[in-house]
Design a protein around this ligand. Sequence first.
Ligand code: MGD
Ligand code: MGD
Ligand code: SF4
Ligand code: MO
Length: 727
Amino acid sequence: MAETTAPTAAARTQCPYCGVGCGLEMLPPAVAGQSVRRDAEGTPMWTARGSRTHPSSLGQVCIKGATVGETLSRGRLSEPLYRPSLGEAFEPIGWEAALELLVGRIRHSLATRGPGAIAMYGSGQFHTEDYYVAQKLLKGALGTNNFDANSRLCMSSAVAGYTRSLGSDGPPCCYEDLDHCSVAFLIGTNTADCHPVLFQRLVKRKKRHPRSVTIVVVDPRATDTSRAADLHLAIAPGTDLALLHGIAHLVLREVGFDSDFIEEATDDFAAYAELVAAWTPARVAALCGIPEEQLRAVARLWGSRRGILSLWSMGVNQRREGTAVVGGLINLHLLTGEIGRPGAGPFSLTGQPNAMGGREAGGLSHLLPGYRLVTNGEHRAEVERAWGFAPGSIASRPGLTAWQQVEAMEAGALDLWWVAATNPLVSLPNLERVKAAMARCPLVVLSEAYAGSETAHYAHLLLPAAQWSEKAGAMTNSERRITHCPAFRPRHGQSRPDWEVFADVGRRLGFEAQFSFTSAAEVYAEFAALSAGRVCDVSGLSHDLLEREGPQQWPFPTGSAPDSASRRLYTDQRFPTPSGRARFVADQPLGLAEPSCDTYPLVLTVGRYLGQWHTMTRTAKVERLQAMHPEPLLEIHPQDAERYGIEDGALAAVTSRRAGLTVRVQVTDRIRLGSVFLPMHWGFNQEPACEANALMHEQACPISGQPELKATAVCVAPATAGGHPAH
Ligand SMILES: Nc1nc2c(c(=O)[nH]1)N[C@H]1C(S)=C(S)[C@@H](COP(=O)(O)OP(=O)(O)OC[C@H]3O[C@@H](n4cnc5c(=O)[nH]c(N)nc54)[C@H](O)[C@@H]3O)O[C@H]1N2
Ligand SMILES: Nc1nc2c(c(=O)[nH]1)N[C@H]1C(S)=C(S)[C@@H](COP(=O)(O)OP(=O)(O)OC[C@H]3O[C@@H](n4cnc5c(=O)[nH]c(N)nc54)[C@H](O)[C@@H]3O)O[C@H]1N2
Ligand code: SF4
Ligand SMILES: [Mo]
């Protein structure tokens, strides 16, 4: 996408950070009459501002979106680099040799061990086109379903929960529901810091009409989100499912439920009613560590109000019973008929900018494009036909999930691990085990936009990725709205879009026809056609239409008029299950996989700061953001601090069964007694290093495969002069 003349027009696009998916207008470095803005390295810099015409954000933007222009050219990976072994230095290799090497190793692996020895680990920060071509390459051309994404750590419990209860993935709500709801039930989400523009929309409404909406927050910590709440339930970590059953118990017995809806639109109510009968208010309040009156107050809201919107994210999904908790929440919506109507429904807030597009394109190891399943013979046949591969090409068993890919490397079962647009050596749990596993893998390929990420230290082949702003593509935000993101800056160095590299590898493997794409628009057209007739039908969309008419929500079947999509799913109370009815699910609460004990008496939870994005490859480059959060802090309750001899501002040693680290302490009563908090952002390459995930365990939800990244047992002690105590 080489530019010959200096651009003068603003580019309209979607913010590449969180799943709110705000519209941005990117202004070129030299706008008429102004001097050119440059970053610290002297490169001309684009400026971001909120796009008023974007229906999802109406001109609003948060500090990360507003400063994204400052991140785009600094510290980039410029050319392919290779080293035969981890002990050696990287040398430039050039694209031709890099891809020949990669294709040679794939062929060798296919011939000697079969497709199962190859795996790719991708990202919700891919564009839909990157996702789609990756599925075609791995699941179609290579014949392995070993494609998984960091969404496994993020959204997979929501995917599994929606599918189990409603018959399909797909959040049924839209952002306008924030303007209509009478109760906003925020559970396991720090919306103020992580989905700021949505949160501001809710808070503004509340300020203007304080009585029109009641905000409930369920979170063991006090956050900027809970500060805005009418009611904050600071439950003990991991007790959410008991809480939800406790609410259902009261709604059923004392407050009132929607028996018509249950009768007409749901199945399996009896088993659920029997289960929640045992979750009495006294039992639930004691387990959750909250006053019984708080539980009763929330149940009264659920039972008496119309327009209940629940919003959730990682406090719910990142749990070894994540799918069950999602199910428990959807149960409450079914019990009260609060779904498919304005202001009502179970609304999963997606984390990454295109986690939704990834699901639509089949970007998990059990999925195929169009919310299809690899285990479904008809689905496989449809996709094989569309892709032009012989019947039977797509394997019928789900591939390896993210953590299973690590275990496969550990067991010597992977020849080649291709990581793209994610930084697993910060974001996966049990990092020492991940490092040891990667060190066993003969070829680790990393497609990355920036130089020097933690994962690069354990990779052999680095492929420079053209990133958002340098490649065209589509992204879907949390409310099912798709925005076309144009290439408006020249590509950095020799970098190439991920989809282009995947397609190139496909052609070099001999699949000329299947990977003949010459533009992202062509890739999108093929994907869109394959979605026809599915819940997430976008067959009427194209890059052209999105550019011309602006962002559109799905479903958008062929022939749809722009802006005509139904804003909500399931408005007719019919669900995509075989019976057309939604299902109650009845799961016994299990609690945390690794509860506290005498040796490790505290529960560590790990989450986010407003001004940092994940592993900081981008946000650490923005001075304003760094100034907001100069270093990671361990939040600890004053009584715990006293008990363990820890002082505010001093260094503490935090130790789990797996590892230990040293970090500065913030004594605060925002955190619950018995819990501590660390941010996820600082990896071993950041200053100061704080490898929170070295402490975390990998036990996961058996249905979704999502690890319990929100809780592990730790002990804390004052850090000794020499650093960390032995562990
Ligand atoms: N600023 C910023 N915004 C982001 C991101 C970022 O890196 N930085 N990342 C994006 C991504 S990919 C994601 S997935 C989202 C994540 O968005 P969130 O899920 O809102 O963020 P987290 O901080 O991970 O966790 C949310 C809350 O879960 C709480 N929690 C912990 N344990 C429990 C529990 O047992 N029960 C309940 N009910 N709550 C619990 C934590 O105290 C925390 O306040 O943010 C997106 N937005
Ligand atoms: N304990 C704990 N662990 C967690 C979480 C938690 O709450 N607690 N949250 C989990 C969640 S929800 C998530 S989403 C993950 C996030 O974790 P990661 O996915 O590891 O985080 P990022 O820093 O966003 O990684 C994206 C990488 O892609 C690079 N990149 C950017 N654009 C492109 C591109 O176009 N192409 C390519 N090839 N590369 C690009 C960036 O430089 C960056 O290195 O962390 C998970 N880990
Ligand atoms: S709220 Fe999310 S999408 Fe909107 S500007 Fe901020 S980071 Fe970007
Ligand atoms: Mo995420």
